[in-house]
Each structure stands twice: as C-alpha cells, then as structure tokens.
Design a protein around this ligand. Structure first.
Ligand code: DAK
Length: 258
C-alpha cells in the first residue's frame, strides 16, 4: 500500500496485513510507528477490498514495548502536548475484525497492542508481560484495565506488580489469547482463520464486535437493549435476505456486505 517506513502494509485477497517492521529493536513501538499502524488500520477499516485485518511482527518478536529510548526524557507536560493517546484510542474504534499473530516478545505497549486485537494466535515460545514496573512506570494504553477485566483483580496485580513474563500456554489458559501454535504454523493458522471470517457476512461481524464491546461496559439490561437494536439493524441488510434465502434454497450464500 503506502510507503510506510516502520511497517509493511498490503492487501491479499480481502485480508489486510500490517507487519511491524523494526526487527533490529524487536519492533519497539516508536511514535512514528504507532502513527503508521493507526493510519493503515484506519485506511483498511474503510476500504471495500478489506474484510479482515491481520497484525504481525517481522523478525524474532512481535513488539518489545514502546521505544524506551524515545520516551526516556519525557515529562508530564511533553506527554500531555504529544497527546499520543488520541492515536491509541483510535484502535478501539476500528470496526472490522483485527487478528494478531504473535511470536517472540509482546511486552508493555506490544502487549497492549495485542490486547487491542479481537483474536490472537501466538507461537508456543511467545512471552507476554508488562515490564513497565521495572522502569518505574506502569501501563498506560489500557494494560491495567484490559488485564484486570479479563483475568481478574489478583492475577492482574501479580503480573503488573512483578513485571514477569507469562508464556503463551498460560496466556491462553487465562483467556488472554485464543490459540497457541508451533511457530512454523503461526501465519498459516491465523490466515486460515482470517479466510474463514472473510466469508462471513461483514455487517454481522461488525455489529457483533460492536455489541460484544458494549457488553463489556454496560449493565446486562442495557447491553441486551443494545444487542436488540443491532439485531434489528441487520434486517435492513441485503446479506440478511441473502443468508436466509440461501438457507431456504439449500445453496451457499453470496454475501456482499450490503
Ligand atoms: N525500546 C527500545 N529498544 C528496544 C526495546 C524497547 N522497548 N526492546 C528491545 N530493544 C532493543 C535493544 O536495545 C537492542 O538494541 P541494540 O542494543 O542491539 O541496539 C535490540 O532491541 C535487541 O534487544 P536485546 O539485545 O535486549 O534482546 P534480548 O533477546 O537479549 O532481550 C528483551 C529481549 C525483550 C527481553 C529485552 O530487549 C527487553 O527487556 N526489552 C525491553 C522491554 C520493555 O521494558 N519494554 C518497554 C515497556 S514500557 C504510551 C503508550 C504505551 C507505552 C507508553 C506510553 N503512550 C500512548 C503515552 C508503553 C510503554 C512500554 O511498553
């Protein structure tokens, strides 16, 4: 796609790929790299050629966190003026499915990026963790929130206080990732999963993601009201007519995303 400096971004048959590409620093997330990730995500989210987005990292690691050299001299005022969270917040507004294929290290901001994805597969030697505490800081792009909501108060504090790294198997048991694969099968398996999603009606995927996100925030009653509205909305789609006609006509559906 565009000429990015710190990522590779391209589309292959309906599947958009974003590959972090600073392998000599284990894909440490510089501000420019985050800006490129967000720019490509936003572009793919509104592109009719794209059904699913897959994030991955070049080299031996997914991402070893924010670029420590870049942030070492920051102070509260410089951080306030940089307003980097405006970029990070945009990730949570992406409507299409985001899949992540993770290997090596996913630490700090790299782990937060993983936790921003909807589906995560990891190679079996992958290490996840929040080492911020070892640098005298703490996670800031949703790490404490997403970890505690997923694995609970005590488990979250254990990982956040010690900064220790968890293996892929444990991350999977804790519900932080979906699947552990041998490293050589990681990309094949995530692309197979992306291929399956690609065939599903895009509006259903979109509104399911939207509704599940709301369910994590709202009361059960409010979330169920919200679910209902999105269910009604899908009856305005051509894909609803197509899906139900195909069932009754005993043929495969041909979804168009309309
Ligand atoms: N930043 C900069 N360079 C890094 C890096 C990082 N996070 N991680 C690794 N590198 C560089 C190393 O300096 C080394 O570079 P050279 O010395 O060769 O020039 C190269 O990558 C290879 O790393 P190692 O030689 O250290 O490789 P090892 O296999 O021995 O060790 C490691 C791998 C991942 C265990 C180790 O590199 C490591 O501990 N890395 C640092 C992990 C870490 O503490 N990450 C940062 C956490 S803080 C924010 C949003 C998010 C964040 C902050 C703000 N806003 C929106 C405001 C997030 C903060 C964090 O992520």
């Amino acid at each position: 796609m565009n000429n990015y400096q710190y990522i590779n971004a391209w589309v292959d048959d309906g599947i958009a790929r974003i590959e972090l590409n600073r392998p000599n620093v284990l894909n440490a997330l510089s501000r420019s790299m985050i800006a490129e990730i967000i720019d490509s995500l936003t572009h793919f989210d509104t592109s009719d050629d794209v059904k699913v987005i897959v994030l991955s990292g070049a080299g031996r690691s997914f991402a070893a966190g924010a670029d420590i050299k870049e942030m070492a001299e920051d102070d509260p005022i410089s951080l306030e003026k940089l307003n980097q969270f405006a970029d990070w917040d945009r990730i949570s507004n992406i409507k299409k499915p985001i899949l992540a294929a993770v290997q090596g290290f996913a630490l700090g901001g790299g782990f937060e990026l993983v936790l921003s994805a909807d589906i995560v597969f990891a190679a079996d030697q992958t290490k996840f963790g929040f080492p911020e505490v070892n640098l005298g800081v703490m996670p800031s792009a949703g790490g404490t929130v997403k970890l505690s909501k997923t694995i609970g108060y005590r488990k979250a504090l254990e990982w956040l206080w010690t900064g220790e790294r968890m293996g892929a198997a444990e991350a999977c048991e804790l519900g932080l990732i979906n699947k552990v694969t041998p490293p050589e099968l990681l990309m094949e398996e995530i692309l197979t999963f992306a291929g399956k999603l690609k065939e599903q009606p895009p509006l259903s995927l979109r509104l399911v993601k939207d509704t599940v996100n709301k369910a994590l925030d709202l009361s059960v009653y409010e979330a169920m009201q919200y679910e209902r509205k999105n269910f009604y909305l899908l009856f305005a789609s051509e894909d609803q007519k197509e899906g139900m006609s195909a069932f009754m006509e005993k043929r495969l559906p041909n979804y168009t995303g309309k």
